[in-house]
Write a protein that binds this ligand. Structure first.
Ligand SMILES: [Zn+2]
Length: 399
């Protein structure tokens, strides 16, 4: 029953929030007309193994949580019993411990994935600074898990049969908070952000925003080059932390008309309120999602508000959020496709758009045409082949 409710809610949320207009139908293209045999092989060599590493990491996290939930080692069991005396403080400690354990068990595969990215020239980070980043992320993850563990147990103790309702509200509130605070609290721990200085690019961005009729908030340049050669841009924040962020690699290495294509895509997200749209999606699926989490946790025999219930709760949360993330990707792809269509409309420059997609895929070692099952489950954007196809449709249509 709970599974059915969650599936229907996720499906309904995705359908309700899907863009209904402004999507250009892509022309069918053959990636071999845009990429050489050698380029396609190199991307496939890199991405093929990275994908397997990703699936392996998921499997290891799942197995670790399952082991802790179903058959915890004797030392862990004794620890859980001892911490059970002080449920909330114990809950915070256990949740932080689970978070750190998951990071540690993932290290070998993460190091492998990183070393491959270095070998292929995608990552510019040596192992030392990379581990420092990982340590920072793990610390942030542990703090959030600790708060989540304590709050979770408090809710279970206060509302033993219906804790999924307040938990769903907490999840939504937390998503709003993270979105609002990340740009000012978390992101600066990893990168330096500078507002675009007055100049050609800044005037360009403001002119485009003016034509689009949107308030972009602030536009920042981020020093992504300290870690990667990849190209990217994104919209983040909420309300007065709203911003467009452009990678320095993009600004420094790309011709003006291609940077304009990227900026126009991001303006498309602002224009269509895609960040609040994402939050609304979370708000819709959070309650049925937490109902399923509660039922799964109880099905694993964890009904008490004691720290010993946390491994089962974490496993349920992991399973449900994995399923919901895949469902959310089915919303993300058309949302991204519409931002592309909007960019083409705003710039009227399909040549620059196609050149950008080609160069971006090469530079980021993306697979232009990934296996359908991976694209369906994990693809947050249309494939490069589809994106170039939209550019071609505009070009062919007399654009
Ligand atoms: Zn986008």
């Amino acid at each position: 029953m709970a599974v059915a409710v969650a599936v229907v809610a996720a499906g309904a949320a995705t359908v309700i929030l899907r863009p209904r207009s402004g999507l250009i139908d892509p022309a069918t293209i053959d990636p071999r007309a845009y990429f050489s045999e050698a380029e396609l092989r190199r991307a496939e060599d890199f991405r093929g193994v990275q994908r397997l590493i990703g699936v392996g990491s998921l499997a290891i996290s799942g197995a670790t949580l399952a082991l802790l939930a179903v058959r915890p080692p004797a030392t862990a069991r004794r620890l859980l019993e001892r911490l059970g005396q002080k449920p909330l403080r114990g809950g915070a400690l256990v949740a932080a411990g689970i978070s750190v354990t998951l990071t540690v068990t993932a290290i070998p595969l993460s190091v492998w994935a990183h070393e491959r990215a270095v070998d292929y020239g995608l990552s510019t980070q040596s192992l030392g600074p990379w581990f420092a980043d990982m340590g920072k992320s793990a610390a942030i993850g542990a703090v959030i898990a600790a708060i989540g563990g304590a709050v979770g147990l408090a809710l279970i103790r206060r509302f033993p049969t219906r804790w999924w309702i307040p938990a769903g509200a907490v999840v939504t509130g937390f998503a709003v908070l993270v979105l609002y605070l990340s740009p000012v609290l978390i992101d600066p721990l990893f990168n330096r952000f500078e507002p675009l200085r007055p100049g050609e690019l800044r005037s360009d961005v403001l002119r485009l925003a003016d034509r689009a009729g949107v308030d972009v908030g602030e536009v920042y340049r981020v020093d992504a080059s300290r870690r990667t050669t990849a190209i990217n841009a994104y919209v983040g924040g909420l309300g007065n932390t709203k911003r467009v962020v452009l990678y320095d690699n993009l600004i420094d290495d790309y011709p003006g008309e291609q940077v304009r294509s990227v900026v126009a895509h991001e303006l498309g997200h602002v224009k269509h309120s895609d960040v609040p749209r994402g939050l609304l999606w979370v708000a819709i699926v959070a309650l049925p999602g937490m109902l399923l989490v509660q039922r799964l946790t109880e099905a694993m025999g964890a009904r008490s508000g004691r720290p010993a219930a946390l491994p089962a709760l974490a496993l349920s949360l992991g399973l449900v959020s994995f399923g919901l993330t895949c469902a959310g990707n089915a919303l993300s792809r058309p949302v991204e496709a519409r931002a592309d269509s909007y960019a083409l409309e705003l710039t009227g420059d399909p040549d620059a758009f196609i050149a950008l997609e080609r160069s971006l895929t090469l530079r980021n070692l993306g697979d232009p045409d990934p296996p359908a099952v991976f694209q369906t489950l994990f693809g947050t954007h249309p494939t490069t082949a589809e994106r170039i196809g939209v550019g071609e449709a505009v070009r062919g249509g007399g654009g």
